[in-house]
Unconditional design. Structure first.
Length: 265
């Protein structure tokens, strides 16, 4: 069994994974097994972020097959160069069927930051029209991302800063805009500094959890593709840092995720 006995613990409060790419390989090809493993670890819901328009239909179909999987649609900054007006119109049409717009944002490692920003702004406007939160990808562009969110009145919708790797000071700026900070398995990495500071200093009520599977496996599993069940390692690491029981950690982070995403129950 890939999931160790140490991970198979009973968690009374269900954990929510706010960012898990269930629609891509190698996850999608073995989804029943992987989700069963995750359920055994107390994980009960997954937000499935979109990256490219050609993946939207697959996400919608997957989430119909697995009701605990929650769909989003969006154009990742690394896909913005190919984005078309027709695709943005399709995103607008699909918005009523999803829990968030994402993942969207800015990435300095991708070409044409100005083009990314135009695509980002249009998606924020769609999200605001539909009253939907957003999943924000931000790499190397924190100041510019903050400026765009302020100018586009993203405080009216809020959302989640995906696998946030910025400073505590910048995290607090996003929190003031109504965003919560997502903690990933980078918290478990040897030599991690910023994730540890964020986890220690931010109130637990401003944090949510994500696996980003199949990317960002925990330290102990680096070199393998990340599995949904391994979110529990991040939860346990955060609970230890916060010095709270795992059940309390699960209850608080899941309540924050539900509030941010406007989920029932």
């Amino acid at each position: 069994m890939v999931v160790s006995a140490a991970l198979l613990v009973f968690v009374t409060a269900v954990l929510i994974d706010t960012h898990c790419h269930l629609d891509v390989e190698p996850l999608v090809g073995q989804l029943p097994q992987l989700l069963a493993e995750a359920h055994a670890c107390g994980i009960g819901q997954w937000v499935v972020p979109a990256v490219r328009p050609d993946g939207w239909q697959g996400i919608m179909e997957l989430c119909r097959r697995y009701p605990a999987a929650l769909p989003t649609v969006g154009i990742h900054p690394m896909a913005c160069a190919e984005a078309t007006d027709d695709q943005l119109s399709r995103l607008d049409q699909l918005a009523s069927q999803v829990v968030a717009i994402g993942e969207i944002g800015l990435d300095r490692q991708a070409a044409d930051l100005d083009g990314q920003e135009a695509c980002f702004r249009e998606q924020l406007r769609i999200a605001r029209r539909h009253g939907l939160p957003v999943l924000i990808h931000c790499r190397g562009a924190i100041g510019r991302t903050l400026a765009v969110l302020r100018q586009e009145r993203a405080d009216q919708i809020g959302g989640i800063m995906h696998a946030f790797s910025g400073s505590l000071e910048s995290a607090l700026e996003f929190v003031r805009l109504g965003f919560v900070i997502s903690i990933s398995a980078t918290l478990t990495y040897r030599g991690a500094l910023k994730p540890l500071r964020l986890a220690r200093e931010l109130p637990l009520s401003q944090l949510v959890l994500e696996s980003d599977a199949p990317d960002l496996p925990p330290q102990a599993q680096r070199g393998s593709f990340n599995r949904p069940a391994w979110l529990l390692e991040t939860a346990r690491a955060l609970a230890a840092l916060k010095q709270v029981p795992l059940d309390e950690l699960a209850a608080v982070t899941s309540a924050t995720a539900r509030a941010t995403l406007r989920l029932n129950g």
